[in-house]
Design a protein around this ligand. Structure first.
Ligand code: C2E
Ligand code: MG
Ligand code: MG
Ligand code: MG
Length: 288
């Protein structure tokens, strides 16, 4: 009977694998046409300066508006886009679209764009970014590129060169999801980072965990001594924000302030002090 049960379990496992593989293949096929069909959209989430309460930047987070499935989240398709090489084309659209939108925002607001390690291996990346900035008429310092530690592990010599080129041009570079990867602190010296984004996992328990407090304090101090700022990711609670203030973190980002939304949703922020309206400028970021 035990053997029988094992066989059943294995059959079920095989069936699930089958479904997962088919699901992935379906998504992959749909993904090939999604860009031409205009199925991608960018949602935005504000980064808030903790001291002033002002929005300093909006991070672009891509969504796939699938004709049958509805909204597909990046964790469910970025990997497929990377494996198939489609990320190069998709990434270019994201950069161009983000720069274009940002060129209509109040001039003190930046746009943050996530870069995939696979995208960094494509030869035209620097030229693409320069041309996106030029076409949009955007000041290069208003574009911030977010890379994760994975980028530092592979092709690091080539990636250092690319990031230095972009940085010298005025583009800002942020290290995303800090503390979750496997790389050494040595890269903090070789890469031209302006900002460290402290991963959500250290923020979640911040109010109760002495360990998380110690880690956030250490990262904030380290960043400060290296001339970098810090952004805490995934801030959901007032108590977390209070603690981040105590630890001297520069910016906060998370559901406490706003979920990622379509740019036209930000009219809702008017008058809260978190938007550009507080200094007399339009808060509606969809003025296209
Ligand atoms: P990320 O760059 O670290 O982005 C932060 C993720 O955390 C976003 O998920 C955001 O919606 C979510 N988040 C923000 N605040 C909170 C919070 O308070 N609580 C919780 N629980 N979550 C919060 P999202 O949009 O699903 O994106 C997931 C990841 O997909 C991103 O992580 C990024 O690595 C990748 N991604 C998103 N957009 C792009 C893109 O345009 N290009 C590339 N290459 N990757 C992207
Ligand atoms: Mg990011
Ligand atoms: Mg992150
Ligand atoms: Mg992440």
């Amino acid at each position: 009977a035990a053997k029988e049960g094992g066989r059943n379990r294995f059959a079920r496992f095989e069936r699930q694998m089958d479904i997962a593989a088919r699901e992935r293949r379906d998504l992959e096929m749909d993904l090939r046409n999604a860009l031409q069909n205009g199925e991608f959209e960018l949602h935005f989430q504000p980064l808030i300066n903790i001291e002033t309460g002002q929005t300093t930047s909006f991070e672009a987070l891509v969504r796939w508006n699938h004709p049958e499935r509805g909204i597909v989240m990046p964790d469910d398709f970025i990997g497929i886009a990377e494996d198939t090489g489609l990320i190069t084309e998709l990434g270019e659209w994201i950069i161009r679209h983000a720069c274009h939108l940002a060129s209509n925002w109040p001039s003190h607001m930046r746009v943050s764009v996530n870069l995939s390690p696979v995208q960094m291996r494509s030869t035209g990346l620097v030229a693409t970014i320069f041309s996106a900035i030029a076409n949009a008429g955007l000041d290069p310092s208003r574009l911030e590129l977010e890379i994760t530690e994975n980028v530092l592990l592979h092709d690091s010599e080539a990636n250092i060169a690319i990031l230095h080129q972009l940085h010298e041009f005025g583009v800002r570079i942020a290290l995303d999801d800090f503390g979750t990867g496997y790389s050494s602190l040595n890269y903090l010296r070789s890469f031209p980072f302006d900002k460290i984004k402290i991963d959500r996992c250290f923020v979640t328990d911040l109010a109760d965990s002495e360990d998380c407090k110690a880690i956030v304090r250490a990262v904030t101090e380290l960043a400060g001594s290296l001339g970098m700022t810090t952004t805490a990711e995934g801030v959901e609670l007032e108590s977390q924000l209070e603690e981040l203030k105590v630890q001297g973190c520069t910016e906060a980002q998370g559901f406490l302030f706003s979920r990622p939304e379509r740019p036209d949703q930000f009219t809702d922020l008017r008058g809260t002090g978190l938007d550009a309206a507080s200094d007399g400028e339009p808060a509606n970021l969809a003025i296209l």
